[in-house]
Design a protein around this ligand. Structure first.
Ligand SMILES: NC(=O)c1ccc[n+]([C@@H]2O[C@H](COP(=O)([O-])OP(=O)(O)OC[C@H]3O[C@@H](n4cnc5c(N)ncnc54)[C@H](OP(=O)(O)O)[C@@H]3O)[C@@H](O)[C@H]2O)c1
Length: 279
């Protein structure tokens, strides 16, 4: 029997395969919680690029990492992207690689510049909500629900207000899927519970940056979130828990020593009682 605690720590009487243990460790912290969830993902190269200069990102990651992304989509109520991603990639944001329900698609588009020919505007695979700023026309493409939200003095949405609005619609579990500008704003506002970096072993050399945050003066000031590392085909997932208290560089190094590389099957077949090291 599998016993799961609130927060995702788990225990099982039976021997499980390394792959099953990885899946439980990765996903139970996301589903075994009563509250809301805001998780972001970025698929990027070793040199921190999420797309080429021209905006091409298909495909930085291998099939297993893309399947991981589809699993994340299947676990949330809504997937949020910036209008840059919609216009550059024309994504569907569905769960084609796994079984599950397609999430509601939410586009942050304060100036209503999403192309009307984008597939998520008419494919009918799930509801698409376009969040626009005040003053934008209310008429939207046929498959799109256009909602006007207030913007700040800088012209952007307050991302915490966006999450509040989504929660009020019953969309409590949210994946912020990209791109870099959008995720950086959620990260900077402290709005994320968790972040998955899907690192591919390639060097793009130039191109669109992933996270961009305000500068810090010294490395000492850099954030060192709790991090677990999982092999994912040829790629590597860095799973950051952004809600745990920031910890010291010493702790971060100890975490890294304990968890890399993390095929976390530490029990011999037939043994019992495998539990996670971190909820
Ligand atoms: N590798 C990956 O995992 C991945 C994932 C997704 C996308 N991508 C790539 O990333 C590139 C696009 O990313 P990007 O960083 O350039 O753009 P983006 O984040 O997709 O979109 C940025 C735009 O969205 C709007 N926006 C985002 N957050 C907002 C907020 N809080 N308030 C108001 N408006 C907000 C703004 O539109 P306005 O400019 O109109 O104000 C902003 O300029 C594409 O090349 C795509 O292929 C890669």
């Amino acid at each position: 029997m599998l016993e799961v605690e609130l927060g995702g720590a788990w225990r099982c009487e039976h021997a499980l395969s390394a792959e099953t243990i990885d899946l439980l460790n990765l996903f139970l912290p996301l589903v075994a919680r009563m509250e809301t969830l805001a998780i972001a993902q970025l698929g990027q190269s070793l040199d921190g690029r999420i797309a080429t200069e021209s905006g091409a990102s298909h495909y930085i990651n291998g099939l297993q990492a893309r399947t991981h992304l589809h699993r994340l989509r299947a676990l949330v109520d809504a997937v949020v992207v910036g209008v840059g991603t919609v216009n550059d990639d024309d994504p569907l944001l569905t769960v084609r690689h796994v079984k599950g329900r397609n999430p509601v698609r939410v586009v942050l588009d304060p100036r209503a510049r999403m192309g009307g020919d984008r597939r998520l505007a008419f494919d009918g695979a799930a509801l698409t909500i376009q969040l626009v700023g005040p003053g934008c026309a209310t008429k939207a493409p046929p498959g799109v629900r256009r909602i006007s939200l207030p913007t700040t003095a800088e012209g952007g949405f307050d991302v915490l207000a966006v999450l509040d609005w989504l929660h009020a619609q019953g969309l409590r579990r949210v994946l912020i899927e990209g791109g870099g500008v959008t995720i950086s704003r959620f990260m900077q506002a402290g709005a994320l519970d968790r972040m998955h970096f899907l690192i591919a072993p390639l060097l793009i050399g130039s191109g669109r940056a992933g996270l961009q945050l305000p500068p810090v003066l010294s490395v000492h000031e850099a954030r060192r979130p709790r991090c677990r590392v999982f092999a994912c085909g040829e790629d590597t997932i860095f799973d950051l828990d952004l809600r745990l208290a920031a910890h010291s560089a010493h702790d971060a190094r100890a975490d890294a020593d304990a968890h890399v590389p993390r095929r976390i099957s530490t029990q011999a077949p037939g043994s019992v009682d495998v539990s996670t090291t971190m909820p």
